[in-house]
Design a binder for this molecule. Sequence first.
Ligand SMILES: Nc1ncnc2c1ncn2[C@@H]1O[C@H](COP(=O)(O)OP(=O)(O)OP(=O)(O)O)[C@@H](O)[C@H]1O
Ligand SMILES: [Mg+2]
Length: 346
Amino acid sequence: MQNNQTTSSSINKESGVITSAEIICEDVTRQFSDASKPAVDHVSFKVAAGDLVVMLGPSGCGKTTLMKMINRLYEPDEGNIWIGQDEIHNLPVNQLRRQIGYAIQQVGLFPHMTISKNISVVPRLLGWDAEKIKQRSDELLDLVGLPKEYLKRYPRQLSGGEQQRVGLARALAADPAILLMDEPFAAVDAINRDRLQCELLEIHRKLHKTILFVTHDVEEAFRLADKIIIMESGKLVQYGTPMEIVSHPANKFVEELIGTQNLLRRLSLLTVQSVLDAQQGMVMQSNAAQSDNTVIRPDDDLRNALSMLLGRGSNALQVVDKSGQVQGEIRFNDLRNALADHTTNE
Ligand SMILES: Nc1ncnc2c1ncn2[C@@H]1O[C@H](COP(=O)(O)OP(=O)(O)OP(=O)(O)O)[C@@H](O)[C@H]1O
Ligand SMILES: [Mg+2]
């Protein structure tokens, strides 16, 4: 298959640098020599440039193996992988990895290097001058919400959550076209994970990077994803928006994984934004919010929306973003529609 897409990457008009690129996996398969079945089994999907796609599945289903094939830490036995226009096996490995930022659960900061040195590993390899590196390090620390004083510290002088932020800054340092994130927040406590998820969404909104994010945490997947890939035993079993997956789970495995038998659980997995996206065409004009006691945020979940509708006895809630702009409206009917068609063939 040729990758003839014309929208496979987006280019920063000022710098000419590719800021995000699509990822295509076609029939990708990998079997380890001592295993009875493939760890990744004929997996095909496309992540559009600028999308945040979450790969979700239980331990051992092949998520890390697939990620490692995208940056060529492992080679596939079969199949092709494209980043933008390039099949990755046609690129020198260094050139490929320059386009990819990789963040993992163990962070992997170099303990004997300061935060400044850790962040600038790739820019230094690329031969950037000292001034440009300093400017970029300051900018990145700001982006991930850490004070500049941290540049002089060593990793052991930071908390687990702070180290994850540095890991994210390092992955973004050379402005890669895509970010691969393998359970980057799994080892941090719930409060820090919540903050890191907010920051990642904010960074994604600002930078529009293509992000492939691995987790086995269902809530995390639904909170972050534009689209979700669900994996089971090396196979891709469903790929869709959170709304599509909750309203049409592909099989019993998906139903059980996300707990869709329970109505409140299903509502808690969907954001208000996903309803606005599904409403397309009915989008209201942006106005300043008139009242804040019947409003809900786009990133609130639908379980909250239901409880506000019931609690206030109102028929509709205004959806208002952080800056006070009205983004739309959400009604009981929208909640009903989000729960509709929940049937499987099994
Ligand atoms: N280097 C390796 N050699 C042999 N088998 C491996 C290797 N790496 C992974 N596997 C096997 O491949 C399968 C998939 O592993 P993988 O690490 O991709 O799972 P995962 O979905 O990332 O799981 P987790 O959520 O626990 O991180 C597992 O059965 C694992 O034991
Ligand atoms: Mg893994």
